[in-house]
Write a protein that binds this ligand. Sequence first.
Ligand code: C2E
Ligand code: CA
Ligand code: CA
Length: 775
Amino acid sequence: MNLNKRALFLIIPVVFLSFLVASSAFYWSLEKTIRGLEENRLELAITELTTSFHQYSTFAESYLEATLQNTALRRFLSSQDSQYKQVSLGTAITKATGKFKHHRSDRLSFLIVDHINMEKPKEQFFFEISDDPFSNLSSGLRRDYESFIASNNSRVWGYTQEPDGTGKITTSRIVDRITLFEPTDIASNNSVLLQLAVEPTRYLELKKSLIETYQADISYNKVLPNNSYAFRNKAYLGPGEVLFIDVPESYLTERLLPVRATIILVSIALFFVSALILLHLVKRYITGPIESLESQLSNVVDQHQDNISISHIGNDEVGRLQRTFHKLYGELATAYKRTKQLAERDPLTQLHNMSYIHEQAANAIEEAREKDECVALIYIDLDNFKFVNDKYGHDVGDALLQAFAARLSSAVRSEDLVCSKKMPLASPGRIAGDEFSVVVRGIHDATVPEQIGKRVLSLFKEGFHFDKGQFPVSASIGISMYPADGDTLAELLANADNAMYQAKDNGKNSIAFYSKELATSMRRRMEIEHELHNMDTDKEFYLVYMPLVATKNNSVDGFEVLLRWNSPKLGFVGPDEFVPIAERCGLFEKIDNWVTENAMRQYAQLKESLGRDFKLSINLSSAQLNLNLIGHRLIELIKQHKIPSHCIQLEMTETLSVEFSRQANQFLELLREQGFNVAIDDFGTGHTALLQLVEYPADMIKFDKTFVEKAMEPTNRAMLGPLVSLCHSQGLKVTVEGVETKEMASYLTDIGCDYLQGYYFGKPAKLEDLKLENF
Ligand code: C2E
Ligand code: CA
Ligand code: CA
């Protein structure tokens, strides 16, 4: 449940209860007020009623008094009864009503009763002013005067209720016929009874409207038994004449019903309005800011925004909370950036580090799997970096790595990559030392990895310039692709690494793609490496000899000793295959030592068979770094086996002598001082210029078989003679390898080559198989 809903659930019951209590209290007090008002209204109506009644009774009294003063009455009573007197009294009575016009009465009657002391009183005169021309004395009025006579009083007034619901105020007197005063003896023959009855029209109207208005029960002279009345009141009309009025509960209920409905409706409306206003206010000032803060925090956590914004915030709790979070996230973001930098970047080059490359490549593979795309892993290894590092120190090495990293970063920018459909994303990283990688994702164009590879190679064209000079570094690049070359990052890395070694084998500064064939040859290489590590050299290695023929007398001058390996697991493995592997995996010393020791040991045996000293030519591994060490070991060995040092020739490859020029020079000098012969082997396979080579302190240069084959072609032949002459001019003897025919031997002899070697003279053979009689 969110805050707004919670606020709703809190506000609605509270507001509802408040309104319930308030409206109940209001209704209760209103009810009281209305009840009071109604009571007052009733009281007012009763006062009006009573006043009206009293006015009528006063009117009746005054009228009777006025009639008593009237001579028509005196005349009527004193004279004999005649029709004229009757009419005269009637006219007088009618006339008198004019004085009391403001007391409206629909029925006014005057009665004179004679013989009131007799058994049967005589109604002598009855006159009525009304709309009814045939009116008679009503039974009520008759009862009224009869009971008056019986009461033995001389004057009385009362209210006579008629059966038709109307009533009359009566005032009656007994007077002396002559004096018209109260008789001394009521029972005398002269006493007459005068009765004036007035119908209190206005009073009756008022009463009727009272009854109608209040649906009241009205009674005279008694309390109504009904208890279910809202309020009751009484009107004192005269002595003994009390009017009781009961207003029933239904009257008040009826009056209160619209009030109640209005209060309920208004309360409901007010409840909704106040609930809405409260909700709006709560939303605006409480839940709204909290919600906005919460959404901002979510955005920050989901990394859609860097930090929460603190513009337009107040100084309330939410505002302070916002500022605190802003500060907190600011600090967290800085710390996070720093940690991320440390975790993802290589501190030296600022490229992605190995663990990040792993993560990134794993993601790239996952993504490619879903989108059916390709990922390339480009493995870059700097050539000759170790040399720079060792020679110029780590500072220069670090600077070189940094410079390369910077160039790499700008070279693999995605927007520069030519592609047909979608831009691939290339991110460079440093694996370790001088090994770098570029992970390329989103590949739709198969040429993209090679484009990047070529671009990387081109970075070395300009060279790397530092204070200490320009460095001859290049790169060997191996490329493997998902899904063709592997499903997992580990496979891709291993395969790109293998391809990179292939590129190195191809002569460095090149690109190699991983392939099945490459994989096979790598596996073969691994097997050979494994066997080389675990082999029993004395059982599996053996030596063969190949004659070196001197052209000057066409006789054998010596033998080149060559290594053979018969592995119990792999069978026969040629030196062309295993020697480079041994060199790469650091087993060259083991091999060189075995060869030199055994060749020197066999020297005596061969010398005995041959009957003379001869030249023993030994190959040294191109990876021999600590040349001094082997130099001292050689000196020991010739002493041990009593071999003249001039009978030993050491063959070193062209690359060895160039790469380690200074060390090589010292070493060669040392060996030559000791009397050893030094030969530069495999001339024509590398890229070194001849002029550079001839400056090395060597005694011999050996033209490689492949080079000679090329040079013997008719178009090239012309250059061979001058080349030999050049070597001679530098004091170098020339040996030519790969001589397989008689013609070749005689041609090479003719152009001045010093020594020849090849199948024409003899294939490499074991000591016991050498046909020495031929030499
Ligand atoms: P390399 O030093 O250039 O040796 C000469 C290679 O050319 C030998 O092959 C030899 O058999 C071959 N060869 C010479 N003349 C002819 C010919 O007329 N026709 C043909 N088809 N081949 C000829 P091998 O013995 O297979 O040796 C190959 C390479 O292995 C050698 O080239 C050398 O670099 C290396 N190697 C051999 N033995 C040793 C060793 O004891 N120590 C070291 N470090 N390397 C060795
Ligand atoms: Ca050789
Ligand atoms: Ca050679």
